[in-house]
Design a binder for this molecule. Structure first.
Ligand code: ZN
Length: 362
């Protein structure tokens, strides 16, 4: 395992943030937030390496000192990473500095219980006892916690209690896509570090370096988030799914799409993913109505403009909000096909300026 590095589009912000001058007044808790898929977790992990490094250069980890070596091999005693079991499993393995709860969550020891999607209070308690013993190397202790919005009420309050009386020499780096979903009192204990969406230039250059085909279309489909675009490409997701083309083409012609066929195609795609695509389409339609170019599917721009001419603005806006609510329940619909049918019917009706044939579930 190697030392985590900052993505090229984050290097400048990282240097400014971690430079010597800044470090003297470094806050003990930070909330790192920004668009999903721009590499915030990697940023926090690289920052942790830099903070733990015993001979940082220009604020950055040197890569050679004992601290860097331990960190790279996953053994730095003054580092902890806290994330839900489900996230740890999705990442493939328990790596450096995992709290014990997650280390034994490899499915076997966790028994039949489904891996938790939340950061549990036990994980916060383990952190508390760790933070209350002396540091092993006499430097800083660093905690990287993500996604912070998976803290439930109990664990968020547990963390709040720790941050209210911060343990000495300890830096908490909380990472979140959705800071508005965090406990406000917790947010008020943190300094905010917003990370912007990278400029297309460096993002594209990086994607091309990774060998991503059709990098520009993938980046657009991911809303400008390069890491998300890379993951899509790695998973073999085309920038535009054929079902979306079929859906949009029919709507642009003012015809109801063949929902049955599309529902079949959606069967193999996670609901969150195709709802995201519909939401991006709704955004492109709304942008076209405002006379602005497509953001997500530039190649479908003539179609989204046609849809925009027909659809009422208020219904497109309403569709967007409604899709956000569907996104939240998308992980566990009662009947996946019926759910897909409903969502598509609603989206189609809004785009065609018609009443939906069938009322949606929520
Ligand atoms: Zn070092």
């Amino acid at each position: 395992m190697s030392l985590p590095r900052f993505y090229p589009w984050h290097e400048e912000a990282a240097r400014a943030w971690l430079g010597q001058e800044q470090r003297r007044r470094f806050a003990h808790a930070w909330l790192i937030h920004g668009l999903a898929g721009i590499g915030k977790v990697e940023f926090a992990r690289a920052a942790a390496a830099s903070l733990l490094c015993e001979s940082p250069q220009d604020g950055m980890a040197c890569g050679h000192c004992p601290a860097c070596t331990w960190y790279a091999s996953g053994n730095h005693p003054d580092f902890r990473r806290v994330r839900p079991e489900a996230v740890a499993l999705a990442e493939g393995q328990a790596e450096e500095g995992d709290e014990e709860e997650a280390t034994d969550a490899d499915g076997k020891k966790a028994g039949k219980r489904a891996p938790s999607r939340e950061i549990r209070i036990e994980q916060i308690r383990a952190l508390e006892s760790w933070a209350n013993t002396g540091t092993h190397r006499g430097g800083l202790r660093v905690v990287v916690l993500y996604p912070a919005e998976t803290l439930n009420t109990i664990s968020a309050n547990g963390l709040l209690k720790i941050l209210e009386e911060p343990p000495p020499q300890t830096v908490f780096l909380l990472v979140s896509d959705a800071p508005d979903r965090l406990l406000p009192t917790l947010v008020s204990r943190c300094r905010r570090l917003p990370l912007g969406t990278p400029a297309p230039g460096p993002a594209l250059a990086w994607l091309e370096e990774q060998g991503v085909q059709d990098a520009a279309a993938q980046l657009a489909a991911a809303g400008g988030a390069p890491v998300a675009a890379w993951r899509r490409a790695e998973a073999g997701v085309p920038p535009r799914a054929p079902w979306l083309d079929a859906f949009v083409t029919a709507l642009a012609q003012g015809k109801p799409p063949d929902l049955g066929q599309i529902v079949d195609a959606l069967d193999k795609i996670p609901a969150a993913e195709w709802i995201d695509a519909l939401q991006r389409l709704a955004t492109d339609v709304a942008l076209a109505q405002a006379g602005i170019g497509a953001r997500y599917f530039p190649e479908l721009a003539p179609h989204s403009a046609k849809i925009g001419e027909r659809a009422e603005r208020s219904r497109v806006a309403e569709l967007s909000r409604w899709l956000t609510r569907q996104r939240r329940i998308a992980d566990h619909p009662l009947n996946a096909r019926l759910f897909a049918q409903d969502v598509l019917a609603q989206a189609s009706a809004a785009c065609l300026g018609r009443r939906p044939a069938r009322a949606a579930q929520t």
